[in-house]
Design a protein around this ligand. Structure first.
Ligand code: SF4
Length: 374
């Protein structure tokens, strides 16, 4: 069916795989940045279908997973206040904080609500003028524009009982941090297509040049991933390192100018801590001075929170591509999607959840013939 399976065609997948096999002559390590791409790769067994010379390293592109523990704990503290209606996308409710999660806060009487858009939270604020309504605004360049627009609307409409707890992150500084890490093995990147559909591609040529790595903007369907890998391997084998767009049906060179303008108006770049990784300079956004009144951290002055990560969780190593999820001792035993120790097991885009969901319980690959492409 058009739009549903046209990018999952097995015959085209075989042709792309043949092309990759014919091109590769030596080992290469590629990082897919986005957790959505990781799920496509694991779900369809793409990593197992590739020639053994190609290793796919899963990157830190799961927004829920990289939201720092301190911000989760701030969310929990704000959500527990009796005058607050705390609104969030559903996948944040089970992310463990230091000693509880948002589901626990709700079971203890907190007014925690799942919304499908930040504008729903703004509507709740209009309907409840006597309560403070807080939206949990997290994620990459993809979720930032609607969140920026919501704060813009709140200010324009004079809705004073709305605020946002912001923890937005940006991909290019993360690529820089990965490439400057002493343990880095990454030789090329599959960049996240949806991020580039907003931001365009002009942040990447300098990175490709400085670190001499191909960066190929890649989509999310199986054929998108294979085409991204094919183009990446071709560059690596030729000794090239350019930015290439393998997702032209969604990505333009300048991205979405209206969304970028909204981001520039509402947010300003700031240093940001990434869960399991640490602080990366200039890797996040916060509300700019003009919109600071809508910043929940300022409104509720939640400072001085002491955080404690579970000792058994190795999600930081997973997020940096240093280990695969099944190499964590807790994987599938004390840590499962039902009882997650870390955010990478909670989120629908987390690598640990993908490995558990699609039964990657060990390092032994299943026979290629037995692994369906679609
Ligand atoms: S399997 Fe669980 S404990 Fe291990 S790294 Fe993943 S989330 Fe953390």
């Amino acid at each position: 069916m058009k739009y549903l399976d046209e990018f999952q065609n097995p015959e085209l997948a075989r042709r792309l795989l043949d092309d990759i096999r014919a091109t590769v002559t030596r080992p290469w390590a590629l990082m897919e940045v986005c957790g959505g791409q990781t799920h496509t790769i694991i779900r369809h067994g793409i990593d197992q279908l590739l020639p053994e010379e190609i290793e796919l390293i899963h990157g830190p592109g799961c927004p829920v997973c990289v939201t720092p523990l301190a911000v989760i704990d701030k969310a929990l503290e704000i959500a527990a206040r009796p005058d607050v209606i705390f609104c969030s996308f559903g996948d944040m409710l089970r992310v463990p904080g230091t000693d509880r999660d948002l589901f626990r806060v709700r079971s203890e009487g907190g007014d925690v609500r799942v919304v499908y858009s930040p504008l729903d939270a703004l509507k709740i604020a209009q309907q409840n003028p006597e309560r403070e309504v807080v939206f949990f605004g997290i994620g990459f360049e993809t979720t930032a524009p609607p969140n920026a627009m919501t704060v813009y609307q709140a200010r324009k409409l004079g809705i004073r009982n709305f605020s946002m707890l912001v923890s937005h992150v940006r991909v290019p500084p993360a690529i820089e941090a990965i490439m400057t890490s002493p343990s880095c093995r990454v030789q090329a990147f599959l960049a996240a297509g949806h991020v580039c559909s907003v931001m365009g591609m002009d942040e990447y040529p300098e990175l490709a040049d400085r670190f001499r790595v191909p960066i190929v903007v890649t989509g999310f369907e199986p054929l998108d991933i294979l085409e991204g890998i094919r183009r990446t391997v071709r560059q690596l084998e030729r000794g090239e390192h350019t930015v290439d767009n393998a997702y032209p049906r969604a990505v333009r060179a300048d991205g979405n100018p209206a969304a970028r303008a909204m981001l520039a108006d509402v947010f300003e770049v700031t240093d940001r801590s990434w869960r399991g990784i640490g602080t990366i300079p200039a890797s996040g956004w916060r509300l700019s001075e003009r919109y600071r009144d809508y910043d929940a951290e300022h409104r509720f002055s939640v400072e001085g929170i002491a955080t404690r990560e579970p000792a058994a969780c190795r999600s930081g190593e997973v997020l940096q591509g240093l280990i695969k999820p099944h190499e964590c001792e807790a994987f599938g035993t004390t840590c499962t999607p039902r009882n997650p120790l870390g955010a990478t097991m909670v989120s629908s885009e987390g690598a640990c959840a993908a490995y558990f969901l699609y039964r990657r319980l060990g390092s032994t690959p299943t026979p290629l013939e037995a692994t369906p492409v679609v």
